[in-house]
Write a protein that binds this ligand. Structure first.
Ligand code: HEC
Length: 183
């Protein structure tokens, strides 16, 4: 009984603090992961002219083994892509390639401004944000999505779906999904 009381008191404190902030904090999660240079937007701008939209012209499977793939993407970004990637964006681009090849749904989170959350998803995906307040359907435009949520400081995740393929992005862990559907 006592522990139950403590739990609900803690719940009140957490949710009490997070209910509508008058000025939204710049980084509402504190440790939230956001990647302003979305991997899909980058790919479409710098790689798609040779490798097709979202990599449609790539050989299947890749000729490169998983370790070489990282080096190849790095070289391509510096060379024909003409737009070198830093370590964080290279890792995200590699994750996009791996998810694409595994046939999964790729998701990224590119910005949080006030209650407006934006990101990317594999073309054709339906995107929802799921939090303590329920499920919100994101507006999808090509590979970009956006969604206004009531409380950005709570524990929410982004879910993507294409047919029976699903993936979940947990923004406290990473700003993009990796193969296996995790975030
Ligand atoms: C001007 C055309 C061109 C552009 C632009 C280009 N590539 Fe390439 N890319 C190639 C060619 C040609 C190959 C095949 C070379 C080979 O087999 O070694 C290749 C190979 C690759 C491979 C290896 C594929 C496999 O089967 O292992 C990857 C990965 C790759 N590119 C990623 C990228 C990325 C990421 C970008 C954007 C930053 C990019 N490329 C931009 C022409 C291009």
């Amino acid at each position: 009984m006592r522990s139950r009381l403590l739990v609900s008191a803690a719940g009140l404190i957490i949710w009490g603090c997070s209910s509508p902030p008058s000025t939204p904090p710049a980084e509402p999660f504190g440790d939230v992961q956001v990647l302003p240079l979305g991997p899909l937007t980058y790919f479409q701008a710098h790689c798609a002219r040779c490798h097709g939209p979202y990599g449609a012209f790539y050989p299947e499977p890749f000729k490169s083994d998983p370790a070489t793939l990282v080096t190849r993407i790095d070289e391509m970004a510096r060379g024909p892509g003409d737009s070198p990637l830093d370590a964080a964006n290279l890792a995200a681009q590699v994750a996009f390639h791996r998810v694409m090849r595994a046939g999964g749904v790729f998701l990224s989170l590119t910005s949080i401004e006030g209650g407006l959350v934006r990101g990317e998803a594999s073309a054709g995906a339906e995107v929802e944000i799921v939090g303590p307040w329920g499920r919100m359907t994101a507006e999808v435009d090509g590979h970009l999505w956006k969604c206004r949520i009531d409380d950005v400081s709570g524990p929410w995740v982004v879910e993507g779906r294409i047919g029976s393929e699903r993936s979940t992005l947990n923004p406290r862990k990473r700003a993009y999904t990796v193969p296996g559907g995790g975030g």
